[in-house]
Each structure stands twice: as structure tokens, then as C-alpha cells.
Write a protein that binds this ligand. Structure first.
Ligand code: FBP
Length: 700
């Protein structure tokens, strides 16, 4: 008989406890919506003005000067608060405006607060001001798909993750027709200004649109968004104007927290290596921050591989009187061997489990892969330029693509001047696993970027690591260390003398706490042979059961679990840091607009310092641009900020790499950064990379 009182379904569903349990609005959500981020002091004033700071210097690319003449001379503009303004200026500041805002590229935590900040500032300056949100990214601007942002809409999304309110897209306003349509949209809505919230490519787009619409009097302002953290602005003297894009902190914290959970599991179950690929299309900022936050056993930083020199190889070649050019720069094989080295060292310390972090964009820093990417980019771009159909629709299957590449390789044999794809390229490419070939041939995104997130980088590396570990196992190098105390106790319990068996079994018996079986013992057969040689078993005798058990414990089985941390962290609700940062970016964007700026990126300086020191400013976008190869052509774009291998954060990371590898007796050094919490105490309030790098930053 059931012990519950009979309730009808309707009664159950209407019960207050049930209603509260299934309500979409959780306690956390309500707290988030109700939170008002603090505002920088200048925004406490009724007006703001812009103060040019000519002290910052940028080396300007002549191409940027040629193509962006109207905005190239923009200065850095610092936002200052004013209690009052002369009447005409006050009237201009408060005149009625229409402002559009669009998200561009991947979501990043905090985007809704940029809208909230812009909306609140606009309404505060003049309640008649209107803000329009373009739907599903830049296509919304081209196609005039927009909604008016209302207070009710803003309130629903305050402090929440995702770009759900108006969605986002990766389209680019990159043709005359799209620019003209965008201009028509802005005019149709009577826009005074357009705010583009995006990454390096979208801010590049913002600069071109600003130049294009200068004559129309339509201002364009960029906002630095991307979890990748690769929009960082310094002037020529290294003075930091924008230390990090928004969303980076949240994504890194979310990844680090999940990885800390894995570390708990790994060090409990002690049987898996967890290989965690973390997002970051090119730069390894996220991987570095995760390393600092969670102390995984090994973290690969792409930028650190570029100048890698394999000293052993060099010395060997020197001894043999030859030069080995393959010793310079990292290959996938080198990298897998470095990882194996760490795994073997941990195994010797009795730890055949661990956490390895690999940045999504690591392939960008691997010589051989980079060459393939560049060659294939050019081949695809050339094909698209000279044919009616694009490469991917002409060759939809991998087989068809490989056949086309084969024809190119043949061409290189007949025509010595054709060097784009030769038979050596073909041979090397054919050696790659199919899924990797497919990944390298995948369609580029709308900005011409290689889509690293579509490639199973971790799988490529894991395959190589597994192969090499098998070789090391055969060689008797990869072994799990056995605790001396355990060995003694187990043998004593079995009535055997450990000091008789120890020297026959172990290479370091009597010298170490963690005992490693002799290199020659690589199977049950070689174990028996070794014991027989030592006179511990007769020719037809089996080794004692306990010895077999201990031997089995010393044999490593490399078991891997793969993880990809990307979309989950990218969609996480923002940390308080990102909530506050983005809300103030929205306020800054409005200040730039109300003061007539265009071609500027809203930014906040001193993010690593106490909130009271945060300084909103406008950074000129045009001087940040340079020529870069895209889709096989040179394009004027904002340079991505890569991890500086000499930065303080990197130095700290490297200085701790061995400790975090923890290839020694004793506990691992995993760190628990804790979850992103909105309520309660305890959240770290800034990226660690930011805090560390600030130690050595030149004074502003
Ligand atoms: P943005 O630079 O547009 O912010 O996007 C960054 C990113 O999250 C990368 O980390 C990742 O490589 C990429 O987007 C994934 O792209 P997609 O959303 O198209 O799969």
C-alpha cells in the first residue's frame, strides 16, 4: 500500500511547492535580474565629455591610412563626468537619438549588459531616445531586421548569459552591396549611431562602416567581445588600453570549474587521463587562465610551441655531423612526445591518471599543420576565385577533395613553377587520419578564418600519444611505480621475503620509495624469466600470485576521456566582473555616441585594479589594423593578441609546470576555483592572467 495521500494530478500541479519547483525563474535568476552593476564614477554625473589623450602612440599601417582616412587620426578619448555643460553642449548631449546595436560572432557572457548599459544611458540622457536591436547578427543590419529594445525586454535579460535577446550571427558586411543595404537600414530607422559588439573581425568591420557612413553622419562604435580574450590593446610603448575582451573571465572560470571537477574524479578513480580541449580559436589565453585557475597536470600553450627547439635532436645531429632542421619548431610528433614524457614521469610516481589541457587553436602553432592550413586556404580561395561554384559544393566529399588535390600534385610534377601542392604535400597529407584531413579541408568561416572548433585536435594528439606510449611500454620505460611499503606489506602477508624478490623485480629496489620494475620485465613471460634468472622460481614454476599481482599493478593502461569545453562556458551566465565590465561598456558606448565619436571602440582601462580606478575610454580602431592573409588574400584587419610567452602570467605558469605535473610521491596540486556564483561570497573577481600581467605593465 502506498504511504502517500491520494492527490489528483491537477491538485499536484497547482500545489505551491510544485509550482515553485518547476518555475522557470529560479532564485539565482531573480537575483541576477535584480542586480544593478556598479557604475564608474564618471557615469554618476548627468553628462560626460570626451578628453583626447594624445600621449598614446600607434604604428599605423600605410594601408589603414589609405583606406580609412576619415578615422585614422582619431585619438584615444577618455570619458569624463560633468555635473553640467554649457547650454548648447547640454542640448546636443540630450538631443533625441536613435541607436542600433548588433551582436556579431560567437556569444560571450555579458552581452546583454552591454545592451542594458547602452539602453539605460540613452534613456537617462533623453527618455525619447530609442535603441534598436538588430536580429541574428550583422545580417539583421543588412536586411533591416530589428526590434525596438524596451525596458521590459532589457529587464528580462539583465546580468544573464548568452545573446538570446537579439541572437547573433557570423555574417560580415563585406561587400559594396551589403554596405549600401546597411546604410539604407540605418537611414530607414533614422539611426544616429550603430554599436557593433564583436571580436577582432567585427571591430574591423565597425571601422570600415564608420568610414563608409562618415558622410551620412552615422556613427559606428565597436565593443570588444570574445571569450577568446584576444582583443587586447596596447600602444607602442606597451601601455594597456584594453586588457581583455568581455566574456573571457566567465568562460575561463566555467571551464576551470568543470576541469576541477574532473580532477576530483580523476584523482579518486585513478584510472583515466582526461584530455580537455578548451576553446580559443587561435590564442591560448583561455588555456593559460584555466591552468592558473585549476592547476591541471599539463597544459599546452600554443604560443609557447613556436620557438621550440628540440635540443636532443640538435645534439644528436651535431654528433653525426649533420644539421637537423626538423629540430626547430614544434611538430605534432614532438608535442605528443612531450606529453608522453609527462605521463611516463607521473606513472613512475604511481599516478597513471591526470588532467591535460589543450587549447583549441594549438594546431595554428604546429609548423606542419600551419603550412597545410595556409596552402589549403590558398587552394580553396584560388578555386573560388576562378570557378563558378565554390570549392565545397564542387567537391562535397572528402574523396572528391582528395582527388582534386591529387590532380594538383600531378600538375606540380609537370609544371615546375606550380609549387602550391606537390607530391610531398600529398604524401604527408595522406598520412593523416581521415577525420583530420576532413577537418583541415573544412569550410572557412565568413571571415576567412580556419574553423579550429570543427577539428578534433585532441583526438589527433591522443592518437599519437597512445602510439608512442605503446612503444615506451615495449621498451620498458612506461611503468607505474609501486610503493615500497605496499610491496613489503603484501609480500610479508604472503609469507615471502621482500628483500629476496625486490632486487629481482625492481630496477631501483632499496633506492627509492616508488619501485619501478626492471625495463626487461614487460610481460608475464619476461617476469617469469627474470625470477628464474634470480633463482626465485624453477623452470616450470609459476611466479607467486602476489608477485604477479604486483607486476600487473605496475603495467600502465593508458585510458583516455576526451572533453571539449567551449559552448558551455561561452553560454554561461556572467561573473560579476563580466556583468560590471559589460554594463559599463554599454554606458561608455553611449558616452562616445553622445559626444559625436565614431570609429572608436568602447573600452575600460585599469580592469585589473579596484573598481574605483576603472576608466572608460574610446580607442581608435583604425590604428590597430594591419595587413594579414585571409582566404588566401591580404586583408586589413585588427591584429589578434596572442599570449605573450614572456608575460608574467606565462612565467608564473612555467615556473609551476613541474609542481602541477606532480610527478612525485604525494598529492596532486589541483586547485578548486569554485563555481561562478552570483549570490554569496567567494567569487574571484578578476582573471588571474590580468592580475599577474599587471605586475609588470608600463605605467599609463
Ligand atoms: P568569437 O571570436 O566570435 O567571439 O568566437 C570565439 C569562439 O567561441 C572560439 O572560441 C571558437 O573557436 C569559435 O567561436 C567557435 O565558432 P562557432 O560558434 O562558429 O562554432
Amino acid at each position: 500500500m502506498s504511504g502517500t495521500t491520494a492527490f489528483g494530478l491537477e491538485q499536484i500541479l497547482n500545489h505551491p511547492t510544485v509550482q515553485e519547483a518547476v518555475a522557470d525563474a529560479s532564485f539565482e535568476l531573480k537575483r541576477r535580474r535584480a542586480f544593478s552593476p556598479p557604475v564608474c564614477e564618471v557615469f554618476g554625473q548627468p553628462y560626460t565629455v570626451l578628453e583626447a589623450n594624445d600621449g598614446y602612440r600607434f604604428s599605423i599601417d600605410p594601408e589603414a591610412r589609405r583606406r580609412l582616412p576619415g578615422i585614422i587620426a582619431n585619438p584615444v578619448q577618455v570619458v569624463r563626468g560633468r555635473a553640467s555643460l554649457p547650454a548648447a553642449a547640454a542640448a546636443d548631449y540630450s538631443r533625441r537619438r536613435n541607436v542600433g546595436i548588433v551582436f556579431s560572432g560567437g556569444p560571450a557572457p555579458g552581452g546583454h549588459n552591454v545592451i542594458a548599459g547602452l539602453f539605460d544611458a540613452a534613456k537617462r540622457a533623453n527618455p525619447e531616445n530609442r535603441v534598436y536591436g538588430f536580429l541574428v547578427g550583422p545580417d539583421g543590419v543588412v536586411e533591416n531586421e530589428a526590434v525596438e529594445i524596451t525596458r521590459e525586454l532589457v529587464d528580462r535579460y539583465r546580468n544573464l548569459g548568452g545573446f538570446t535577446m537579439i541572437k547573433t550571427g557570423r555574417a560580415k558586411i563585406d561587400s559594396r552591396q551589403k554596405v549600401d543595404l546597411s546604410r539604407a537600414t540605418c537611414k530607414a530607422l533614422g539611426l544616429d549611431a550603430l554599436v557593433i559588439v564583436g571580436g577582432d573581425d567585427s571591430n574591423t568591420n565597425a571601422a570600415f562602416l564608420a568610414e563608409e557612413m562618415l558622410a551620412d553622419g552615422i556613427q559606428v562604435i565597436g565593443v570588444p567581445k570574445t571569450i577568446d580574450g584576444d582583443i587586447q590593446v596596447r600602444d607602442d610603448a606597451g601601455r594597456v588600453l584594453c586588457a581583455v575582451s568581455f566574456g573571457f573571465h566567465t568562460a575561463a572560470r566555467a571551464f576551470a570549474n568543470m576541469i576541477a571537477g574532473l580532477a576530483n574524479d580523476a584523482s579518486s578513480d585513478i584510472k583515466y587521463y582526461h584530455v580537455c580541449k578548451v576553446m580559443g580559436r587561435v590564442a591560448s589565453h583561455l588555456a593559460l587562465e584555466v591552468a592558473l585557475q585549476a592547476h591541471p597536470n599539463m597544459t599546452v600553450i600554443g604560443e609557447d610551441l613556436v620557438d621550440y627547439v628540440d635540443e636532443e635532436r640538435l645534439e644528436k645531429a651535431l654528433r653525426e655531423g649533420r644539421t637537423d632542421y626538423t629540430a626547430y619548431g614544434m611538430t605534432l610528433r614532438h608535442l605528443s612526445r612531450l606529453i608522453c614524457e609527462g605521463i611516463v614521469r607521473r606513472a613512475a610516481a604511481g599516478k597513471n591518471y591526470g588532467i591535460i589541457v589543450i587549447p583549441e587553436g594549438v594546431l595554428e602553432f604546429i609548423n606542419e599543420v600551419e603550412v597545410f592550413i595556409m596552402k589549403l586556404n590558398t587552394i580553396i580561395a584560388e578555386y573560388n576565385r576562378t570557378h563558378d561554384r565554390d570549392f565545397h559544393s564542387a567537391f562535397p566529399s572528402l574523396q572528391a577533395k582528395l582527388e582534386y588535390l591529387h590532380r594538383l600534385a600531378q600538375r606540380s610534377r609537370d609544371d615546375a613553377s606550380f609549387r602550391l601542392w606537390n607530391t610531398r604535400d600529398e604524401d604527408l597529407f595522406n598520412d593523416l587520419p581521415e577525420f583530420f584531413q576532413e577537418g583541415l579541408l573544412t569550410e572557412r568561416d565568413s571571415h576567412g578564418n580556419f574553423q579550429f572548433s570543427q577539428i578534433h585536435t585532441e583526438r589527433v594528439l591522443i592518437g599519437l600519444v597512445q602510439d608512442y606510449l605503446n612503444i615506451l611500454k615495449e621498451k620498458g620505460v612506461y611503468k607505474i611505480g609501486v610503493q615500497r611499503s605496499y610491496f613489503h606489506k603484501a609480500l610479508a602477508q604472503a609469507g615471502l621475503n621482500p628483500d629476496r624478490f625486490g632486487p629481482a623485480l625492481f630496477q631501483n629496489y632499496g633506492q627509492a620509495e616508488l619501485l619501478l620494475t626492471k625495463p626487461v620485465i614487460i610481460s608475464a613471460k619476461t617476469l617469469r624469466q627474470e625470477l628464474e634468472r634470480a633463482g626465485l622460481v624453477g623452470p616450470d614454476e609459476k611466479p607467486p600470485e602476489i608477485i604477479e599481482k604486483i607486476y600487473k599493478k605496475s603495467v600502465p593502461n593508458f585510458k583516455v576521456q576526451e572533453h571539449f569545453y567551449g559552448y558551455d562556458g561561452r553560454g554561461h551566465d556572467p561573473t560579476k566582473f563580466d556583468c560590471t565590465y559589460t554594463y559599463n561598456l554599454g554606458l561608455t558606448a553611449f558616452s562616445l555616441i553622445a559626444n559625436g565619436a565614431t570609429g572608436q571602440m568602447a573600452a575600460i582601462r585599469n580592469l585589473e585594479r579596484d573598481f574605483a580606478a576603472w576608466e572608460p575610454l574610446g580607442i581608435p580602431i583604425a590604428p590597430l589594423m594591419h595587413l594579414e592573409e585571409r582566404k588566401g588574400r591580404l586583408a586589413l584587419v585588427i591584429e589578434k593578441a596572442l599570449v605573450d610567452v614572456n608575460s608574467v602570467a606565462m612565467q608564473v605558469f612555467k615556473a609551476h609546470a613541474d609542481r602541477w605535473l606532480a610527478a612525485c610521491d604525494g598529492e596532486d596540486c589541483y586547485r578548486r576555483p569554485g563555481p561562478i556564483r552570483f549570490t554569496g561570497e567567494g567569487e574571484e573577481d578578476r582573471p588571474l592572467t590580468l592580475q599577474l600581467n599587471a605586475i609588470a605593465a608600463p605605467a599609463a
